[in-house]
Every structure is written in structure tokens, then in C-alpha cells.
Design a protein around this ligand. Sequence first.
Ligand code: AMP
Length: 284
Amino acid sequence: MVEIFNTRKDLLQRRAEIQTSTGFVPTMGNLHDGHLSLLEKALNEHETVFFSIFVNPKQFGPNEDFSRYPRTFEADVEKLQSVAKKFPNKKVILFTPRAETEIFPHEENQMISVHKLSTELEGKIRPGHFDGVATVVYRLFELIRPQTAYFGLKDYQQYMVIKQMVKDLVLPIKIQGMPIIRETSGLALSSRNQYLSPEQKKASLLLFETLSELKEILKNQKSEIPKVQKKIDEKLQDKDWDYLEMRDSETFSRELSKSKNISFLAVYRMGTTRLLDNMQVEVE
Ligand code: AMP
């Protein structure tokens, strides 16, 4: 059984009763197998797992899809129940705030901002996005105080921002990155995929195929970096790329001479839908 809490007061009361090890999975709901893979991992590692569903207004820009972001609470709870059933001796506690004020009780003067990392790539295109993410995740960490929090590598830059926040604020929380779950076609699962028409869905495979192609060229061969960069420059002739970049996976630097692992990070626009994906490759 999944326990459900809607207010910070009730959640804090329940949290105070829990003495066992605790994992945490923050989400915006409209759950798919990517989200559920985080829950399963957390349940494998902890006695109690907190799971949050909150469409965080602070991470959406004024012209983004906050109001039409898919909200499918009942189906989400069913999916959580079916995973929870596989772990009969563990606790799954869902926090789904009934109002924004349960997380942001007043118009605060302070946001958490992880400099530099937050203003590049996705952050450059969506100013303030990562401040909104870091702030809500910090608030949730403060309420739930987990030992481990689970994040999908699908949102690689977000994972990096959260890791940096935890390091900078010296929070006693382990951040666990989890592999991207994909459709058999290769398309990374995302709540936003449902905005795509069947034709767009087919066409969107270009994103996965491009990342795979770049990864294949670079595989184990640092000397191929210039060739890969040339290929990227050719691809960027297509103006539907918001970005397609090669970065050091640890430092996010463009300087790759000392890199052991390199990330390809991309957003491809399909109509009004932005498809976000990335791949990592070892280069030693
Ligand atoms: P969201 O609800 O989109 O904010 O995502 C909540 C968490 O699920 C984040 O840590 C995401 O990175 C993760 N996630 C989303 N899609 C996937 C996926 N396809 N595979 C693995 N994790 C994912």
C-alpha cells in the first residue's frame, strides 16, 4: 500500500516516525517506466521510499507548458501501487502537495542558484529553470531528509546541478544517477512524448540516431574528437537543434583533452515539443 500525504504538516509528522533508511524520488508525475525504475532502485536499497509528485511552477518559464503539463494522478497512484506490491515489506510514501504553498509557503526572497552550470545549455535556453529545480529539490530534501535521492540521467544537466548543490551546501545526501529508460525504438521515455503526433514520433528518432552515431565514432578514440566536432557542426545546419554539444561528463567543460568520459547533450525541437536526450562515452 502506498501512503499518500498532501500537506507538509502531515508529511513531517509521518517522517518523524520513520527510523529506517530512507530513499527519495522527486518527480512531476505522469509516470512512466523511467520514473518507476527510480522507485524500484530506491526500494531495493532502502526500507522506506518517499516519492513526490509536484508540477513545480518555479521551473517553467512564462511561455512554457506549465498549465498543460500532463497531470494524471489516479493512473500515477496505480502505477506506484503495482511497484509497491513487489516490495511487501517496504514502505512507499507519496507526497503530493495539494497546493503550491505546501512547498513554497510565502513569496521567498531566496532561491538556490548553482552558478555557471545553471546558465549553460538547457539553462541558457530556459533562464531560471535550474534555479527553480534546485530550489524545489532543496525544499523537498529539507522535508524528507533522505539518505539517497534518485535522479534519471535523462536530465543529465539537472543531475549535475543537484550533485553540485548537495556538495556546495554539504547536505548529507547521496545523489544516485540512474540509466535512461528508452522505448525499443531508442526514444527516451518522457512525459512530453505524448505531445507528439505519430509522424513526429517517428521523425524524433533522429535525436537518438544522431547521438548513437556520434558516440560510435568517438568510442575509445579521443583522437576522433575533431572529426566528431565536424560532424556536430554539420548536423547543426538543421535549425531544429536547440543545441548539440560535447562536454566533459564530470566537469561539463568544453575542454576535453583530459576527459575520461564525454557526454553528448542535445535538445531537438519537434514542432513545439523540445526533446531532450544525452549519451555518455568512455574515451580511455
Ligand atoms: P520528471 O517528472 O520529468 O521531472 O522526472 C522525474 C525524474 O525521472 C527525473 O530524475 C528524471 O531524470 C527521471 N526520468 C525522466 N525520464 C526518464 C527516463 N526516460 N529514464 C530514466 N529516468 C527518467
